[in-house]
Design a protein around this ligand. Structure first.
Ligand code: ADP
Length: 444
C-alpha cells in the first residue's frame, strides 16, 4: 500500500516506518565506515597466513620501497601520507605483486588497508601503453565503487596515463564505443551486461580481478552468481583477489568457489571487552521516568560526550525533542538519513560540536567515537524474540582492551525489563550495579 520511495540507503521516509527498528544494511554501513574513516584501524593480533604452497618462502615488507614500484606510483602513495605498509599490507603486497601473480583471499576488518593494497596492485600491473580494460574490480554498490575509484585516482595521481571507468547503472556508453580505460570498477550486474551483452569489455584480456567486500556482495541477491559468471570467463593466468571485512562460513564458501589456489591472509579483530566499563542501571516506571533519570544523571555528573541508544526510531525522535526542549545540544542519527547525512552528523559529533548523540541500534554499529566516555541504553537492545541482544549490548558499550579508555554505561530499565538486564549480567559475567538517580555520589 505504501507509496513511499526508498532513499539511496534503502530506508523509507514514511511515518508508518517510524516505529520500526532500523535494519542492518551492510552496504550502507560499509560506505559510512569509509566516509568517516580518518586513519588506519589497528589490531594487536598477528596476521595469519596460509600459503597455497607452504614450502615457498614467505615475504613481508616493512617499507614501500622494498616493493620496487614504479616511481610515479610510489610518489602517489607518499602523497597520500602513507609512510609504511599497514599490518595486512606487509604480508599482502608481496604476494599480490609476486611473479608469477598469486591469488589471494584476505580478511580483515574495515579500515585496515585492504582497498589501498589492491588499488596498489592494480596500478602496478596496468600496462599504460595498452588502451583496453586490464583490471576489473567488482563492488557491491555504485557508491562503494566510486569510493574505490577515488582511491585509484588519488594513488594514481602521478600515473598520468592510467584511467578508470565505472561500470555502474546509469553510466551510458554509446553503441560501438571502444572502452579504452585500463581499470574498470563496477557492480556485478552492470559488469556482466558490459561483458556479455554489450561486449564492451573483453574478459580474456583482464589480468587482475578484484572482488571487494565479499561479505556485502553475497548479502545481495544475485551478486554471487553474477560474480561467478564473470570470473568463469577470465583467463586462467588472471590474478584473482578477494577481500572481506568479515568471514562467516558463507563468505568462505563463496571465496573458495571464486578464487582458485589462493593464499589466505587474515587479521583478527581487536576483541571488545566490558572490563574497563562501569555499568549501572536505573529502575524506571515508564518513558517519562527514564527521561527524568537521564536528566538527573546528566545533572549529577560531569559529562564529556555521550551516546544514547534507543530501540526504535520513534523513541529516538521523542527523546531528541525532549532534550532539545530542555536546552541540550543533541543530534539524532537514524536510519532514515542518507549515508552522507549520517557521516556528517558523526563528523560533527567527533569534532565536539554536539555533546550528545541519540541513535537507534544499527546506525552506530562499528562507529568508534573515541572521546565518548558515557553510553546510555535508553532501551535495552533486544532481538525479535524479545530476548537480550548480547552482541549489540557489547558493541554499544564495549571497548577494545588495548586502545579503550575507561567508560561508564547506564541502562534505563522499566521494571518488567529487569530480567533482561539480569540475563545480560550473567551472560557477560560482569556486574551491573543499581543506581539511585537521586544520588549520584556513587559514581564519582
Ligand atoms: P579497508 O579497505 O580495509 O577498509 P582502506 O584501504 O580504505 O582500508 O584504509 C583505511 C584508511 O587508512 C584509509 O583512510 C586509507 O587512506 C588509510 N591507509 C591505508 N593504508 C595506509 C598506510 N599504509 N598508511 C597510512 N594510511 C593508510
Amino acid at each position: 500500500k505504501s507509496t513511499a520511495v526508498p532513499n539511496v540507503d534503502g530506508s523509507i521516509n514514511n511515518t508508518e516506518k517510524e516505529d520500526e527498528e532500523d535494519v542492518v544494511d551492510l552496504a550502507a554501513n560499509s560506505l559510512l565506515n569509509k566516509l568517516i574513516r580518518q586513519s588506519l584501524v589497528e589490531s594487536s593480533h598477528r596476521v595469519e597466513v596460509l600459503q597455497k604452497d607452504p614450502s615457498s618462502p614467505l615475504y613481508s615488507v616493512k617499507t614501500f620501497e622494498e616493493l620496487r614500484l614504479k616511481e610515479e606510483l610510489l610518489k602517489g602513495i607518499y602523497a597520500m601520507g602513507f609512510n609504511r605498509p599497514s599490518k595486512i599490507q606487509e604480508m599482502a603486497l608481496p604476494m599480490m605483486l609476486a611473479h608469477p601473480p598469486q591469488n589471494l583471499i584476505a580478511q580483515s576488518q574495515s579500515g585496515t588497508g585492504k582497498t589501498a593494497a589492491f588499488v596498489l596492485a592494480m596500478l602496478s600491473r596496468v600496462n599504460v601503453l595498452e588502451l583496453f580494460p586490464q583490471c576489473l574490480c567488482l563492488a557491491p554498490t555504485y557508491e562503494l565503487a566510486l569510493q574505490t575509484g577515488r582511491v585509484v585516482e588519488r594513488m594514481g595521481k602521478f600515473c598520468v596515463d592510467v584511467q578508470v571507468m565505472y561500470a555502474i547503472r546509469g553510466n551510458r556508453i554509446p553503441r560501438g564505443t571502444d572502452v579504452a580505460k585500463q581499470i574498470i570498477i563496477g557492480t556485478p550486474g552492470t559488469v556482466l551486461d558490459w561483458c556479455f551483452k554489450r561486449k564492451l569489455i573483453d574478459l580474456t584480456k583482464i589480468h587482475v580481478f578484484v572482488l571487494d567486500e565479499a561479505d556485502v556482495m553475497i548479502d545481495t541477491q544475485g551478486f554471487s552468481d553474477q560474480s561467478i559468471r564473470i570470473q568463469r570467463a577470465l583467463p586462467s593466468e588472471c590474478q584473482m583477489l578477494l577481500f572481506s571485512a568479515t568471514f562467516e562460513d558463507s563468505v568462505w564458501q563463496f571465496a573458495e568457489r571464486i578464487i582458485p589456489d589462493p593464499n589466505v591472509i587474515k587479521l583478527r579483530k581487536e576483541e571488545l571487552t566490558l572490563n574497563n566499563i562501569r555499568q549501572y542501571y536505573v529502575l524506571c516506571e515508564n518513558r517519562k521516568d527514564k527521561y527524568q533519570a537521564l536528566c538527573n544523571i546528566y545533572g549529577g555528573i560531569t559529562i564529556g560526550q555521550a551516546i544514547i541508544f534507543c530501540q526504535t526510531r520513534r523513541n529516538a525522535k521523542w527523546l531528541t525533542v525532549e532534550m532539545m526542549q530542555d536546552g541540550h545540544q543533541v543530534s539524532l542519527l537514524s536510519g532514515e538519513l542518507t549515508v552522507e547525512q549520517r557521516a556528517s552528523i558523526i563528523q560533527r559529533f567527533r569534532d565536539g560540536k554536539e555533546k550528545v548523540l541519540i541513535t537507534t541500534n544499527v546506525c552506530a554499529r562499528g562507529i568508534d567515537v573515541k572521546q565518548v566516555t558515557i553510553v546510555v541504553n535508553f532501551d535495552l537492545p533486544v532481538n525479535q524474540a524479545q530476548e537480550p541482544d548480547y552482541e549489540t549490548y557489547l558493541h554499544r558499550i564495549g571497548r577494545t582492551g588495548r586502545f579503550g579508555k575507561k567508560g561508564l554505561a547506564f541502562n534505563m530499565i522499566e521494571v518488567d525489563k529487569l530480567p533482561l538486564l539480569l540475563k545480560i549480567q550473567d551472560h557477560f559475567n560482569s556486574s551491573i550495579k543499581q543506581l539511585d538517580p537521586e544520588d549520584m555520589d556513587e559514581i564519582e
